[in-house]
Design a protein around this ligand. Structure first.
Ligand SMILES: Nc1nc2c(ncn2[C@@H]2O[C@H](COP(=O)(O)OP(=O)(O)OP(=O)(O)O)[C@@H](O)[C@H]2O)c(=O)[nH]1
Length: 370
């Protein structure tokens, strides 16, 4: 049986779309980062991240039904306990570290509490650090508007600013971060390698303990509203949809099996941003393109910013070749978004303008509140 040296755990957090998966993928390619278990949790009922985290399957554990910080908290404990079991029974090589990639809406404090207060887990795992990503392009607006984002920054041991290549980090963003967390070093993502993130240790273990008790004292349970709503089936008739509400934030997915023309998906996204941009927080999509069905198109939107699309070389094994879009927003009008999507994917929906009518007059949905 391997000696009981606690395995360091890094909690990688940051608001929706801040670049967690991108950074993790880059770090995991470094040979020094072998024997790392990655626990991925995402918000939205149709898991897309597990398609995009490149560890070759075995190491990725997706907790798909909610956030680690709230509904999946029990599962996080079970997952970590299962890792211990797999290592002890020789089914998994001894782990050097665990990385938990939280959802962009996770409040990290309950996760820290699970790790630091659980009588069995503390024997096997030790919290290495909380690393919080802040997106330079949308960070100021996000930190102003979203309590989850502020809490993520407040409890970080390391802060990593991403996307400064898109928009240079402003003094305003620096000041906001410093006000929320004057202790944690702030690094630019370009200068971050495994050494800067792993094994960096807590900023101050004593302060963290104090902070943690203060945060938990404030709010022992998750700050979010745990309401879940289920739909019997999606409006487009292409599979099951399960909405997930997180405070005022909700998510739903759109699915379509048949290939979609690039021009149609572009037109859909243009109208989506135009009509629902102020409610949109995040969009992730894997699209089966009519022009090239073998290579799925991956799209990422963060608020109204649409990142350059990426083509995967092939569909990952065991994954159905259909398009999936996950939308996360605060006050998104699901019915209208579904109607719009149906119009561009040629799925008939009664009572909604069709594709031709929308292209002819994009305001055709205006009368319905778009
Ligand atoms: N230009 C630029 N794009 C970036 C950078 N980091 C991430 N991105 C892009 O931002 C988009 C979102 O990145 P992800 O890594 O999926 O973000 P995430 O934090 O994992 O997103 P969630 O899982 O929704 O919380 C993708 O299109 C990335 O390619 C960066 O430093 N510069």
């Amino acid at each position: 049986m391997p000696p009981m040296v606690p395995v360091p755990v890094t909690v990688l957090t940051g608001f929706l779309g801040s670049g967690k998966t991108t950074l993790l993928n880059r770090l995991l390619r470094d040979p020094s980062v072998r024997d790392t278990a990655v626990i991925v949790n995402e918000f939205g009922e149709v898991g897309i991240d597990h398609l995009l985290v490149e560890t070759g399957g075995e190491g990725v554990i997706e907790l798909s039904d909610g956030c680690i910080c709230c509904t999946v908290r029990g599962d996080l404990v079970d997952t970590l306990a299962d890792l211990v079991d797999r290592v002890q029974t020789g089914r998994l090589a001894a782990l050097r570290r665990v990385v938990i990639e939280t959802t962009g809406l996770a409040d990290p404090t309950p996760i820290l509490a699970s790790l630091m207060a659980h009588p069995v887990l503390v024997q096997h795992f030790s919290l290495d650090a909380v690393v919080t990503l802040v997106d330079a392009a949308t960070g100021v607006a996000t930190l102003r508007e979203r309590n989850e984002a502020r809490r993520q920054v407040a409890c970080a041991d390391r802060i990593v600013v991403t996307k400064a290549d898109l928009e240079p980090e402003t003094a305003e963003l620096r000041a906001l971060i410093a006000r929320l967390n004057p202790r944690a070093p702030v690094l630019a993502v370009a200068e971050v390698g495994p050494d800067a993130l792993f094994g960096c240790g807590l900023v101050d273990a004593r302060t963290r303990q104090a902070d943690l008790s203060r945060w938990l004292g404030e709010d022992l349970s998750c700050t979010h509203d745990h309401a879940h709503h289920h739909h019997a089936g999606s409006h487009d008739g292409h599979g099951h949809a399960h909405g997930h509400a997180h405070g005022g934030v909700g998510s739903f997915s759109l699915q379509h099996e048949a290939p979609i023309a690039l021009a149609d998906i572009e037109a859909f996204l243009d109208l989506l941003r135009d009509r629902q941009g102020s409610s949109l927080l995040r969009m992730k999509a894997v699209v089966r393109l009519r022009e090239d069905e073998a290579r799925p198109l991956v799209l990422h939107g963060v608020r109204t910013y649409l990142h350059p699309p990426v083509r995967l070389p092939a569909w990952p094994e065991g994954v159905a070749r259909g398009s999936r879009l996950v939308l996360i927003g605060d006050g998104l009008d699901e019915t209208l978004v579904r109607d719009l999507f149906a119009a561009f994917t040629g799925t008939p929906v009664s009572d909604a303008p069709d594709r031709a009518a929308l292209l002819d007059n994009p305001l055709a949905l205006a009368s319905r509140g778009f």
